[in-house]
Design a protein around this ligand. Structure first.
Ligand code: ADP
Length: 506
């Protein structure tokens, strides 16, 4: 851009005697008009000599850069306004301009007088004298800080939004009005087993199995005309590779990408675990009622016999009382377990710690089994911990008893159970080994969950509520320990518990 302003002191005008008075006046008017125009614009308009010294400086420049005209005139621009990290760029551009090369407008950072950074748009060009000699540089600059800030905010917002969508623990997808996926998040791609990019532009029917996509397409079509949202729960295959049937909660809702472009938001959540828990709870209620009813029925029957047959022999009477006591014991155990579960739920499963010899406790528990006629197993202890625990004795007793009871129940017809005790000085470990039915690898992962029972064909032989191991695990966790199982179906199981010693001695 060549900007030539007729100057008052210009030799051409003042010395040229040919110029008439009217012409001189006209020049004056034009000059002041031009200066007024230059000062009235919001942009900074200034010029420098070839070394970067300011020659002219308009009002816009004063506003944008904060320097008044008299402060900056003759000063070098680089020293004042160019931040250190932009010096190289500024020099490069200056050299290009000096060489007469065209420099396209660019955006960069400058420093104001108050040292605040501003983003500015620059258009720079060489000023030549009448005879074509380069004499300076003219600059137009515009403060674009606000626009930049808005852009940065928009970029930040859109990257946050992307994160929100991508990292969401639910499957998210956007579908256009022709039932094609526009985009999906990572979770949805993990759910259906296809890459994120593989969804883009693909119809729903190409991504999901037939029955589900037919159902979804119907919903989407109605939704687009009614703008109504839909929630559905389906148990189906989503991943065509694994072909695993899982429970999904799906939500479809209307989105207006623009007036002409309606679309559909698609949310999917895997609710298999919640559904399974619901089912386990239902099973639990029927099992619990059964488990409570059976001993009650026997208690009722024996009490009736005892009441109605006064002539009953002393020996028989004693036997019936024993039976009643056994059934009461069973009831007490179930009720205590149920109470423990509710304590765990409300977080009031609190410990009363005391010091006790661990090996002695195990021996005591085992000695009780010797007198139980219905237990045909012999329990052998190997090793010793020789350690004292500082723990809740009743809870540890319940834990050891639970594991031994399970070993007995789940190894019918077997004669032996082994208990191993060791300590490495840091922890004590005790393991209970049986030679019974064993547990499959898939079930091993779940047996510590609340209400989980392994489904076996001969299940009726092992009545239970699926809460013993859950309570055991909670006891171990309260004592900062670990509980593990190794098992082989048909060969038996080993349940191992480690409890840190240091923790207990605190
Ligand atoms: P339950 O009262 O049903 O036995 P638990 O929580 O004690 O409840 O056990 C959960 C499930 O783990 C049981 O249904 C059983 O199938 C399995 N299980 C526990 N201990 C053993 C074991 N020693 N051998 C085989 N299966 C076991």
């Amino acid at each position: 851009m060549m900007l030539e302003i007729p100057r008052k002191s210009s030799k051409k005008i003042s010395m040229n005697m040919i110029i008439s008075r009217e012409e001189k006046k006209r020049y004056e008017v034009e000059r002041s008009q031009l200066l007024a125009i230059i000062d009235s614009v919001d942009d900074a308009i200034y010029s420098t000599d070839l070394d970067g010294r300011i020659l002219t400086w308009n009002k816009g420049a004063e506003k944008i850069f904060g320097y008044l005209k008299h402060e900056i005139m003759g000063k070098k621009i680089f020293d004042k306004m160019v931040p250190k990290n932009k010096l190289e760029e500024a020099r490069r551009i200056r050299d290009l301009v000096r060489q007469g090369k065209r420099v396209l407008p660019y955006e960069t950072i400058r420093l104001r007088k108050d040292k605040k950074k501003i983003y500015a748009w620059f258009s720079v060009s060489l000023i030549r004298s009448k005879n074509g000699k380069a004499i300076g540089v003219s600059v137009i600059a515009r403060d674009i800080s606000k626009r930049r800030k808005l852009e940065e905010e928009r970029n930040k917002f859109s990257s946050e939004l992307n994160q929100l969508i991508n990292m969401a623990p639910v499957g998210i997808g956007f579908i256009d009005h022709q039932c094609n996926f526009l985009r999906v998040n990572k979770m949805l791609s993990m759910m259906d087993g296809k890459r994120v990019e593989a969804h883009v532009g693909k119809p729903v029917s190409e991504i999901f199995p037939k029955s589900l996509s037919r159902q979804l397409t119907k919903y989407i079509e109605t939704l687009l005309s009614t703008k109504q949202s839909y929630s559905l729960e389906v148990d189906t295959v989503l991943n065509t590779k694994t072909r695993e049937v899982r429970f999904w909660s799906i939500m479809l809702y209307y989105i207006a990408f623009s007036k002409e472009q309606p679309g559909v938001g698609f949310l999917v959540q895997d609710i298999t675990d919640a559904k399974m828990l619901e089912k386990r709870k239902d099973d639990f209620i029927s099992m619990a009622s059964h488990e409570l009813k059976t001993p009650l029925t026997s208690i009722k029957a024996f009490t009736q016999i005892l009441q109605n047959s006064p002539a009953i022999e002393e020996e028989k009477r004693g036997e019936y009382y024993d039976r009643i006591e056994t059934q009461v014991g069973k009831l007490t155990k179930i009720i205590n377990d149920l109470l423990d579960i509710s304590k765990i739920r409300i977080g009031s499963f609190s410990m009363i710690k005391e010091k006790f010899a661990f090996d002695l406790l195990v021996e005591e528990i085992i000695s009780n089994y010797r007198y139980m006629q219905h237990v045909p197993h012999k329990i052998f202890i190997s090793g010793r911990t020789n350690k004292e625990l500082y723990a809740d004795r009743d809870m540890i007793q319940q834990l050891v008893t639970n594991l031994i009871n399970n070993a007995i129940r789940y190894s019918p017809g077997k004669k032996k159970i082994n208990i191993f005790l060791t300590s490495n000085g840091k922890d004590i470990t005790f393991s209970v080994k049986d030679y019974g039915v064993g547990i499959s690898p898939a079930d091993q992962k779940r047996i510590f969950q609340n209400f989980y029972r392994v489904i076996r064909p001969q299940n009726h032989e092992y009545p239970g509520l699926g809460i013993g191991l859950f309570i055991s695990k909670e006891i171990v966790l309260l004592h900062n320990g670990k509980i593990d199982v190794t098992s082989e179906v048909g060969k038996g199981s080993i349940f191992s518990v480690s409890l840190p010693l240091q923790n207990h001695m605190l």
